[in-house]
Write a protein that binds this ligand. Sequence first.
Ligand SMILES: N[C@@H](CCC[C@H](N)C(=O)O)C(=O)O
Length: 288
Amino acid sequence: MNTLKFTKMHGLGNNYIYVNMFKETIAEADMPQLAVDVSNPYTGIGSDGMILICPSDVAPVKMRIFNNDGSEAKNCGNGLRCVAKYAYEHALVSETQFQIETLGGLVTAKVTTDHNDKVSLVTVNMGNPILQPQKVPVNGFNNLDQVINESVTFNGTSLNMTAVSMGNPHAVFFVDNITEAPLHSLGPIIEKDPMFPDWVNAEFVEVVSKSEMHFRVWERGSGITQACGTGACAAAVAAILNEMAERNTDITVHLAGGDLIINWKDNGEVWMTGPAEIICTGEYHNNK
Ligand SMILES: N[C@@H](CCC[C@H](N)C(=O)O)C(=O)O
């Protein structure tokens, strides 16, 4: 029986099991199944997935994110804020601003600390959104440079879609009333529609004003979660592309688990600010 030290953390309720790979060892081939096992709420710890905090050749730390179905994603906004908090509080970094390597590239994180030198807030430069349909990726729009407010049908329901990649793929749908968004009924259908060769994170968004919106998500590989950082970035970008919000402006995104501030700067970068919290630490007994 192997044991594994872990820290469970969340960003606005989007919770993962974090493993410090500077100290722990997991064989590459075992990672997907371990993510499934630790995420199980009955026989595991219970989480939206597993995040590995790894050594990197190009940054102080590298993040790897596995959804709770075992699939690996290239990016995770809430995960990046938690990795930044963990790295700072465990002295894996010494500065308050540092880079984190992801499978999608390098990002810069900046931590804000309280009087006890604990991280209270993290801002991450999430980089430039990717809008070309082939790169999101989304099929069927190769004649377009960007997929903005395009009519699509899922299970007989017509919706208007804006497609954005933040390193991982997002399909954003604007609705009049967030409480009536077809999250449960269409979320799983949209996620695996053949239009999306890598599957997709599906987001429903109700715009309140040019700087405020409500947001709900069906995450690829995890289902409904309380929050999705990359999804909130994609939602803000989509709102701006649809002229419902503005560049270079702080946009408050209300997620089920709390608020994120997103700003798509004039230079093309998307900045995300929000909290990161430690829930508990422990030792997982892998009985397999
Ligand atoms: N919760 C995350 C995104 C996690 C990965 C996503 N489910 C995917 O497969 O792309 C976030 O906060 O961004």
